[in-house]
Design a protein. Sequence first.
Length: 555
Amino acid sequence: MIKDLGLGYEKIDACPNNCMLYWGEFLKKDKCHVCGTSRWKKTKDRGNVVSDQGTDTCKKGVPAKVMRYFPLIPRLKRIYMSSETAEDMRWHDTKQLGEDDKKILRHPSDSLAWKAFDERHSDFALDPRSIRLGLASDGFNPYRLMNTTYSTWPVMLIPYNLPPWLCMKPSSFILSTLIPGKSSPENDIDVYLQPLVHELKLLWTGVEAFDAFSGEKFNLRAALLWTINDFPGYAMLSGLSTKGYNACPICLDSTPSDRFGSKICYCSYRKWLPADHPYRCQSDKFCEKFGTNEWGKAPSRPSGTDILRQQEKVKHVYGKSKAPPKKRQRGHDDDDDVQDKSDFGTKRSIFFDLVYWEHNLLRHNLDVMHIEKNVSENILGTLLSMDKSRDSRNDREALEAWRIKSHLWLSTNPNGGKCMSPASYSMSTEEKERFLNVLQKIKVPDGYGSNLSSCVNMKQRKLINLKSHDNHVLMQDILAVALRASKATKVIDLLARLSSFFKKLCSTTIDPDDLDGLQNEIILTLCELEKEFLPSFFTIEMKKEFLLLLRRNKP
């Protein structure tokens, strides 16, 4: 039915090793020009098998891998063929606001990145019908538990011209690309984005379309403002590494990081404090190796031009034909240690093919719910001593090697064995039971969250099967209340400040004048967390994702 409306999709054959698409100049090729793999599956001879593509060269058999691409231009034209949606697409330009509301952030059009884009490309902004798009992608398993190794990657587009109560509705999303599994494309995702980028180039100059609201033809233009993704997706789409010593895509090779035991930790929050702050010289209380004072400055944010200049030096070959991976050093067992200290780029992002991408103030966004999930797992795992605890015997031994926090070093018990001294965040068996009892009995309104009592395992004293939305609700509203009601730990106030930060950040309206204060508050909170927790607590999710959320884009 959708195909009859002119909104079908194209099947594009791909190399099973993610090297190339059989598209454009390679449409009639029979094997990959990178790895030499055949385009066709090896099947038994049961007569001629014809693919759905209909070309003469496709009468060879069944394609080994097929991507579904949903053309963008017909879908954008279709939006303007309805007078109602065509009118809604002008909302960002025609919205009526009072004087007190003009500076409040409630829609992407209120952001500095949007306004800077309009100033630089005034000819594009002159017509309010020009479309601003966001791109989101993440992997999912369509087979659930029937096949736990499969990963399909849809690529979605969001038209931001619509009002805030429409632009993020599922009915407004545009499915652009469906990348087949069985595994994540990782850096090779750019191979599958080629048709989309080609259409975005055409839309930058414009295509003819009909506006049903004004009853006239016009030149339809569109631009991609930014992407939205989790941290691994950030690496795939940006071409910047989010692993290893240079895991922060803002600080790059200035990322404050060090090896703590078998893990890489990211501390040094004091760099973001004022130069005269007393915390900078309190060396014995923070997670700095050998208890050193901190007089360094916060790393500056690189521009798109800086990143492009660095990425053009990287020689990346898509697909299977890659250089062999670096050997790990003996004793380094952490999965994050896959990158040298001097490297931070993995490829040149395909989005730099768009002439305006280099100059966009904000190119990639992080999904806050993924961040809340990672932070919640860190906190709950450490408080309840679960599998993801960031406080183990090995971590206590690493404290002694760093010569910091001597009160938490392993001590000798009367039997001659080593034991872990209680920390300020430690919870006794009774405190854990009180905390879990509160969560088990809590009632929430319908539609607000799931039934948390089903996630409480009193026998093992831990939480199980928490979904992303469960962690979202816990972090913003329930965690601090449950800890305070059960009087479970001494760091309740610090965790309550974390909850408040997420709550303010996720509000429907934000006053930009409050952002500087909010950023200063979270940096101070992280410094105080550093005084209480071990360096292993500060993974890249705990450290840099907070700063990425609030490192505002200033020209």
